[in-house]
Design a protein around this ligand. Structure first.
Ligand code: ARG
Length: 463
């Protein structure tokens, strides 16, 4: 199909238009239209700068800035005629601007290129997403804090290898996730601070001979400064990769919590009941309450990490500066961002709504000889045994309890003394789970006082 007319934006040296397949592989408008608002914001800042530096007349600058607002409202109201022949959002907007304001529109692209334009638009879009993710993480932190506060001293089993290890508190367990999602927030904040440099004015790759003011456009767009190397400015997608990397870590954290909710809501555990709002039924088994949202959150890491690996693979080995390969950056980031936001919202809702089953947690807390370490510690403290020997004596007592099919506190003093004659009745003080958690007062430990300290610190932090 070479009979089409040449492209109105760059077709000067072309006799005919592109093949339909060329157009299909080349066009990005199907997805980059999501950056329309950022594209128009960037263009308005560019036009204002061109006028302020005298590169453009004030009249043309004003006409362009006004016309761009009209384009924006057409897009927002769904009236904009997107065209694949015009490839991408940048040329779609400019072509429509020409229809609205006439010849002046042709001057907008002075001293810039789509290479710095797309980098600018995409940065603005990713920056907005970072802010949105931050808000969603904050909401999730608040939901977790609420759970932690309600059950700061509720005992439950702590696990290693998913085997009962030592009793911990519900509040402590919730606060572990607060730490994780808190780190996620700071990771996004770090990435945001690092990426906040404006590519605009780098032009195609070498800068421009026009007397532009890159500081002015950087400031207008909320960037801290212009990017200092024009080649890097158009070739850089670190900000997208950092977003995806941080999203992957958050997705991994969400997946771990989701997995715990799946396990905890099962009939075997009954540690939590998920609300009706965040459960689904089975079409054949009337008794079922399925944790579908948790399962889907658990799975989202698959596509988020996939997007990260995908974009790293696109970027590796690309020579400087811009290559069209980089157009493949957006769909990965869009998909990861959408799914991360959905997963965060679903997790927040689930956590906020769920009911921890205090009785089931407590019943499980003492199972599996969970206070065996307390017993060993007592042997060290009260009898002065070396820890290794205490470990051995405790092991024998656990074996005895197992034999008798009872828990450690159910052994008699005589049973105990048959293993080590110096044991006294005060050993029973440390075998209860409440005692066990109350004793773990080291900084960051599971004792309710420690947990409440951390809750207070986080609440103050969140304000
Ligand atoms: N649609 C392109 C992208 O998303 C815009 C930049 C095109 N630049 C170029 N030199 N063809 O990357």
């Amino acid at each position: 199909m070479t009979d089409k007319t040449a492209n109105s934006m760059w077709g000067g040296r072309f006799a005919g238009g592109p093949d339909a397949i060329m157009e299909a592989i080349n066009a990005s408008i199907g997805f980059d239209k999501r950056m329309a608002a950022q594209d128009i914001e960037g263009s308005r800042a560019h036009a204002a700068m061109l006028a302020a530096t005298g590169i453009l007349s004030d009249k043309d600058g004003e006409a362009i800035r006004e016309g761009l607002l009209t384009v924006l409202s057409e897009i927002e109201t769904g009236k904009f005629p997107f065209s694949a022949a015009l490839e991408d959002i940048h040329m779609n907007v400019e072509a429509r601007l020409k229809e609205i304001v006439g010849e002046a529109a042709g001057r907008l692209h002075t001293a810039r290129s789509r290479n710095d334009q797309v980098a600018t638009d995409f940065k603005l879009w990713v920056r907005d997403q970072m802010d949105a993710v931050d808000g969603a993480l904050e909401a999730l932190l608040r939901a977790l804090l609420q759970q932690a506060e309600a059950g700061a001293d509720w005992v439950m089993p702590g696990f290693t290898h998913l085997q009962v290890a030592q009793p911990v508190t519900w509040g402590h367990h919730m606060m572990a996730y607060v730490e994780m999602f808190g780190r996620d927030r700071s990771r996004f904040a770090d990435a945001r601070a690092r990426m906040n440099e404006s590519p605009l004015g780098a032009a195609a790759l070498a800068g421009t001979s026009f007397p532009i003011d890159r500081h002015m456009t950087a400031k207008a767009l909320g960037f801290d400064r212009p990017a200092a190397n024009s080649l890097d400015a158009v070739a850089d997608r670190d900000f997208a990769l950092e977003f995806l990397s941080a999203a992957t870590i958050t997705g991994m954290h969400l997946s771990r919590l989701a997995e715990e909710l799946v396990i905890w809501s099962s009939a075997q555990f009954r540690f939590v009941a998920l609300s009706d709002r965040f459960s689904t039924g089975s079409s054949i088994m009337p008794q079922k309450r399925n944790p579908d949202a948790a399962e889907l959150i658990r799975a989202k890491i698959g596509r988020i990490m996939g997007a990260m690996v995908g974009l790293f693979t696109v970027m590796k080995g690309l020579p400087l500066a811009y290559s069209k390969d980089m157009q493949e950056d957006k769909e990965q980031v869009f998909d990861a961002a959408d799914n991360l936001m959905l997963a965060l919202a679903a997790m927040e809702g689930m956590v906020r709504d769920m009911t921890a089953n205090r009785a089931a947690l407590a019943a499980a807390a003492g199972s599996g000889f969970s206070t065996a370490t307390d017993l060993a510690d007592w042997l060290v403290r009260a009898l002065g045994l070396p820890f290794r020997e205490a470990h051995h004596v405790t092991g024998s007592l656990v074996a005895m309890a197992e034999e008798k099919d009872c828990d450690l506190p159910d052994l008699t003093l005589e049973d105990m003394q048959s293993v080590h004659s110096a044991i006294t009745a005060s050993v029973f003080d440390v075998l209860g789970v409440e005692n066990s958690v109350n004793s773990r007062t080291s900084y960051g430990g599971t004792a309710p006082d420690q947990v409440r300290l951390q809750i207070a610190r986080w609440k103050e932090d969140l304000g």
